[in-house]
Design a protein around this ligand. Structure first.
Ligand code: UD1
Length: 420
């Protein structure tokens, strides 16, 4: 199994290019099911989660090819199997994103129920409720969601009781081909939702209200082939910036959309980083130890839960005390025990972590990744810890960070992937 070996104590300097956003590429790939033709996508990152989505699509009968620019062409004209198997769904909860598009185009779908997950129970009740609102019959038995809508989905008013990102995306995709109008309130406003809306509108969907929590979707009969470039990955970008705020140094992240990570940039500035933004790049300079910053996670545009673990790592070596409150997921502190094994002074109380910055720094240890962002926080801790940190179970990190060790090496980190 692959592991990362990281020798801590080296500053990060130089420039790195952001990859395409995983959380945008996944729903956009799922949206190809809505088409009876080809969707051509660029800036799709090479990640295990993307491979899983491509495997699900091809298991249904879709064809994938790469054109001369290495763009992926997804041809879904011959889809004939409407089932997403448990073997694939269990490795990635976002597989649920095929439910809405399958129901919308074929009026039928069978998708394995995603199981539990390291960061909480993560139910799919909101996804199922909105499909029911759109007229689907849903039966969950034998570990599968079996959904059908004889005669097709029908537009409806959907009010989410809780903000859900993939739930909103499923509703948008389903409503795009439903008969009549759908109004969604309390929709997620994450930039990845907006990216999906832009792609769908380019295919001929009629979706209004992007960037807001109220969406109006007028269903259309069919969508048309198009090409689309996926937005940059704001969580990957923010992770490299936070890494540099911890190690010190000066980096430029290129090919970014700086406006999607304002909250994270504000917190990095509070921690002492000097940040400058251009149209498509961000430069961060850090000449001191970071100062501790409090954060409280919530849906966009608030501080993203996907950056919470990395900020706990930063606060572990910062000057001062801090409190990190997790409001989105119930059990997203699995990284804390591993950071404590590296010398972090962190206490958990309910949904908050109280951190006493350890100015003596962290020390290396063999540590285990438990989920995607938790693994990123352990890598960041390894970059500043004394000695060599070995991070195990890095398949979690390969789900969401493209060539992380190569990108960090480019910036001057001492990091290697080994197989043991
Ligand atoms: C997406 C992101 C993930 C991010 C999360 C929150 C993708 C592929 N993943 O996950 O990186 O951490 O948003 O920004 O885009 N909930 C329910 N019932 C449901 C659905 C959700 O109770 O049917 C709860 C969840 O348990 C959680 C909260 O709602 O407590 C928000 O989850 P949600 O926004 O749905 O997360 P994902 O879309 O799975």
């Amino acid at each position: 199994m692959d592991k990362l070996l990281i020798e801590g104590g080296f500053q990060l300097n130089g420039s790195v290019t952001a990859s395409g956003a995983k959380n945008s590429a996944l729903p956009i790939l799922a949206s190809s099911i809505l088409l009876k033709d080809k969707l051509t996508l660029s800036n799709i990152p090479h990640l295990n989660d993307i491979t899983t989505m491509l495997e699900i699509l091809s298991s249904m009968g879709a064809y994938m090819t790469f054109n001369e620019n290495m763009d992926i062409e997804v041809d879904t004209s011959l889809i004939n199997n409407l089932k997403a198997r448990y073997e694939l769904v269990k490795t990635m909860r976002a597989s649920i994103l095929v439910l809405g598009p399958l129901l919308a185009r074929f009026h039928e779908a069978e998708v394995a129920l995603p199981g539990g997950c390291a960061i909480g129970s993560r139910p799919v009740n909101l996804h199922l409720d909105c499909m029911r609102k759109l007229g689907a019959n849903i039966d969950t038995s034998n570990g599968y969601i079996k959904a059908s809508a004889k005669g097709g989905l029908i537009g409806a008013n959907i009010e989410f009781s809780q903000v859900t990102v993939t739930g909103t995306e499923n509703a948008i995709m389903a409503a795009s081909l439903a008969k009549g109008q759908t109004k969604i309130t309390n929709a997620a406003k994450e930039p990845e939702v907006t990216d999906l809306i832009k792609c769908l509108n380019k295919m001929g969907a009629k979706i209004q209200g992007e960037d807001t929590d109220k969406l109006i979707i007028d269903g259309v009969k069919e969508l048309s082939p198009t090409n689309y470039s996926v937005m940059p990955d704001r969580i990957e970008i923010a992770t490299y910036l936070t890494a540099t705020a911890m190690t010190g140094g000066e980096i430029t992240v290129k090919a970014v959309n700086p406006n999607t990570i304002d909250k994270v940039l504000q917190k990095l500035e509070l921690a002492g980083a000097k940040i400058s933004k251009n149209d498509d790049s961000i430069c961060l300079k850090m000449k001191k130890l970071p100062s501790a910053v409090n954060i409280s996670t919530a849906p966009y545009p608030s501080f993203p839960t996907d950056m919470q673990a990395q900020f706990i790592a930063m606060n572990s070596i910062a000057e001062g005390q801090s409190e990190v409150i997790e409001n989105v997921f119930e059990n997203r502190f699995m990284h804390v025990q591993e950071l404590v094994r590296m010398g972090g002074k962190i206490k958990l109380k309910g949904n908050s972590a109280l951190i006493d910055g350890n100015l003596n720094g962290l020390t290396s240890a063999p540590v285990m990744a438990t989920d995607l962002r938790a693994s990123a926080s352990l890598v960041l801790a390894g970059l500043v810890a004394k000695g060599i940190t070995k991070v195990d179970r890095i398949y979690h990190i390969d789900r969401g960070y493209e060539r992380i060790e190569e990108k960090l090496k480019l910036l001057g980190a001492k990091i290697d992937r080994i197989s043991e």
